[in-house]
Design a protein around this ligand. Structure first.
Ligand code: NAI
Ligand code: 15L
Length: 269
């Protein structure tokens, strides 16, 4: 990517957006912020909903790339998911296409493939090429977003990297998260790698740290230059003592998406 690297960060008021607002400037990005909610301490942030096509078009004008984090980040009603995550992501891609933006990094989720069995014992890591197996309407919207990204590359030459994020929080809070935790510092490394790699077309990567208990294959992310530094294992003793090891006989211990795959989904954190 040519310098200066102006980046539109959608979802800037959210948990991950707040972490990335703190970390990405040190990689040389000049951030333009957008969220449906005001962004605390950021008077210049754009307050706009993803339904507002005019505002999106203005927001993407002149940026080198977009890091698209905005949306509903847990299960919700289909109508709400439809508006924010499905139509909203479409609106963003259309605005980017109209304004000639070169690349979008799409915050996909492990829940796009949440019904994939999680590896047990000596099973191989989950490859990036597994079919979509969404575990919620939320996961379905992420599967849609990945397909939308592929479509805009094939049809319009707009590059994307879809990052199937595991759990990005300051610390893992469940035993399941030990396997898919993405530390905030590694998230910034990963986003920087996928924003700057050459010739990504549309690439799908898993997003986690180099966890000892890793469930999936990070090689597509590494191929784009990602080098994780962190490992959740430092939190393992405490979490396992509190919660016990995952039970592979239970749905939440058997599948990648954990508790999202139960009906109704339950939230452990
Ligand atoms: P969050 O819920 O904390 O933040 C989402 C932000 O998007 C909020 O500030 C919200 O106001 C904004 N937003 C929601 N609907 C909007 C709309 N219609 N128009 C404009 N803004 C809207 O979520 P978090 O944790 O920061 O996640 C960010 C992204 O990463 C989400 O897309 C989420 O699905 C994805 N992701 C996050 C993971 C994590 O562990 N934090 C794991 C997997 C995916
Ligand atoms: C997600 O996709 C959610 O946005 C996040 O809040 C976590 O629940 C994460 O998945 C997870 O699977 O732990």
């Amino acid at each position: 990517m040519p310098s200066p690297r102006t980046l539109l960060l959608t979802g800037a008021a959210g948990g991950l957006g707040t972490l990335m607002r703190g970390l990405l400037p040190s990689y040389g990005y000049e951030l333009r912020l957008l969220d449906a909610l005001p962004v605390p301490g950021e008077p210049d942030a754009i307050t706009a909903d993803l339904a507002d096509r005019g505002a999106l078009r203005e927001a993407v004008r002149g940026v080198d790339a977009v890091l698209h984090l905005a949306g509903i980040s847990l299960e919700s009603s289909f109508d709400k998911i439809l508006r924010a995550n499905i139509e909203g992501t479409y609106n963003l891609y259309e605005a980017a296409r109209e304004e000639g933006v070169r690349r979008i990094v799409f915050a996909s989720s492990n829940h796009a493939v949440g019904f994939t069995p999680r590896p047990q014992a000596a099973d191989p890591l989950i490859p990036i090429g597994v079919p979509h197996r969404p575990d919620t309407f939320y996961g379905l919207s992420k599967a849609f977003g990945e397909d939308l990204a592929q479509f805009y590359w094939d049809k319009h030459g707009l590059e994307s990297v879809s990052v199937r994020i595991g759990s990005c929080f300051p610390e893992p809070t469940s035993v399941r998260m030990l396997s898919i935790w993405l530390s905030p510092d590694d998230a910034a490394r990963l986003f920087d790698a996928v924003l700057t790699a050459e010739g990504v077309g549309h690439t799908v990567v898993y997003g986690s740290s180099a966890n000892t208990r890793l469930w999936w294959d990070l090689s597509s992310a590494r191929a784009l230059g990602y080098e994780p530094h962190d490992d959740s294992e430092q939190y393992a003793d405490k979490l396992v003592a509190e919660q016990g090891e995952l039970d592979p006989a239970k749905p939440a211990g058997a599948r990648l998406g954990g508790e999202f795959t139960t009906n109704p989904p339950i939230w452990p954190h």
